[in-house]
Design a protein around this ligand. Structure first.
Ligand SMILES: *Cc1c(COP(=O)(O)O)cnc(C)c1O
Length: 430
């Protein structure tokens, strides 16, 4: 048995094994950007600009909605979608306690109040029961997040939304191509919001976002909201702001690049599915490690892979999970596995969103699953995304198996650092 790399043994995953680049940029992508540069039509407001509408058409077809509106980022998509629905001061929007902070920022920018609800322990997505507890007479919308690329429990959440008479806004920033009962995320609620950040499953070569909806009214409102509240440019500009808006337009270079990427998105998704499934199949048997769950009727876009740790299964019932997580993090990184943390504290604990007087105890009580998740899990990001990630993920599986065969040492490390700081430290709350 080889010694652990941390103790001077051979490293399982050599440094050059990094899964390959993401995004993958081909000559076709480069030509798409050059085409825009040479056209002189450098903004979506340029006369005869056609790249942005072409991406919108292609994405609406891909998702299966009547309409698509391209905007400047995923965050802008969320803010514009909520605004189009008329969400504003006095309204509450229910969203999961575990997501990227952009989801909550978008709510706050409309003037509405974010109301957090806890997630499910196995899928890491918004719990329909907790969302139900969080609704009030002021609830204006439900905002589930298809976190990590897995569709949220849309059966439960859609039923709740119908019952309360409120729309569902999907944060699909991480779930391009993921299906729920055969329908794509982005087509499961009133309105869907995607990010084209280069790290995401459909990348632009900078910032970008897409909004999908079947509603012509919402689509028309979005066209104004993204364009200073003015009527979309046709012929002579009117300069009249008809409603509150902003400049949320997408750059044509982003649109051309993303449309070129979209042609290869299904191919990349398929190879990612293959290499991630092979990895998870090998890791599923390791005690104390829970691989991601994909409930029946859903598919996973594998934007992020989150492993949940179970200290009791490793004979560490007395060791807090942050200690086990920190020990495994160190040992796996030394072997060359790029494990990382995705999110270090639940959103209701972030200073930007924290209720006045909310201490660590109250946050733990209200959002136990989100707190336990950030403290007791490890993630893989980016290196599994590209079409050549198979060999890297196979070496990752070797490394996990090696580390598990040295579990005695990991146990000693975890026991020696029982006070490893948890999420409270990331946000400095007591
Ligand atoms: C990336 C992301 C966003 C924000 O998208 P940007 O394009 O970076 O503004 C919103 N929500 C989630 C869940 C995300 O992952």
């Amino acid at each position: 048995m080889n010694a652990l790399a941390m103790l001077g043994g051979p490293r399982t995953v050599p440094p050059e094994m990094n899964g390959g680049p993401w995004p993958v940029v081909t000559e076709q992508d480069e030509n798409a950007v050059l085409r825009v540069l040479r056209s002189g039509r450098l903004t979506a407001a340029s006369a005869d600009e056609a790249e942005v509408p072409a991406l919108e058409d292609a994405w609406a077809r891909q998702v299966g909605t009547e309409n698509c509106t391209a905007v400047a980022s995923g965050t802008a998509a969320l803010q514009a979608a909520l605004t189009a629905l008329g969400i504003g001061p006095g309204d509450e929007v229910v969203l999961p306690a575990l997501t990227m902070n952009a989801t909550a920022h978008a709510v706050c920018r409309t003037g509405a109040d974010p109301v957090f609800a806890d997630i499910e322990p196995d899928t890491f997505t918004l719990s329909a029961d907790r969302a139900r507890d969080a609704t009030t007479s002021r609830t204006g919308a439900l905002l589930p997040v298809h976190l990590h690329g897995l569709p949220a429990d849309m059966d439960g959440l859609s039923a709740l939304a119908r019952e309360r008479g409120v729309p569902v806004v999907e944060d699909a920033a991480q779930s391009h191509g993921a299906l729920h009962r055969g329908r794509a995320t982005g087509a499961l609620g009133e309105i869907g919001c995607f990010s084209l950040h280069p790290s995401k499953n459909l990348p632009a070569c900078g910032e970008g976002g897409l909004i999908t909806t079947d509603s012509a009214d919402l689509h028309n409102a979005l066209a104004e909201i993204r364009n200073f509240g003015e009527r979309p440019p046709t012929g002579t500009r009117g300069y009249v702001a008809l409603r509150s808006g902003s400049n949320f337009r997408m750059s044509p270079m982003m649109a051309a690049f993303a449309r070129s990427q979209l042609e290869r998105m299904p191919e990349y998704a398929e190879s990612r599915q293959r290499s991630v499934t092979a990895l998870l199949t090998r890791l599923a048997g390791l005690p104390g490690l829970r691989v991601p769950v994909v409930p029946e009727g859903r598919t996973h876009a594998w934007h992020i892979i989150r492993f949940r740790l179970v200290p009791e299964e490793l004979d560490l019932p007395d060791v807090p999970t942050p200690a086990l997580r920190a020990a495994l993090h160190r040992v796996l990184r030394a072997e060359g596995v790029a494990v990382s943390r995705y999110q270090t504290a639940p959103l209701p604990a972030h200073p930007a969103f924290r209720a006045p007087g909310a201490g660590a105890e109250r946050i733990t009580e209200e959002f136990p699953v989100s707190c336990a998740t950030v403290d007791g899990s490890l993630c893989l990001q980016r290196r599994h995304m590209g079409p050549d990630s198979g060999p890297t993920l196979s070496a990752y599986a070797d490394a996990f198996e090696k580390v598990w065969s040295h579990m005695d040492l990991v146990r000693r490390m975890a026991r020696s650092r029982p006070h490893e700081p948890g999420w409270q430290n990331a946000v400095e709350v007591r």
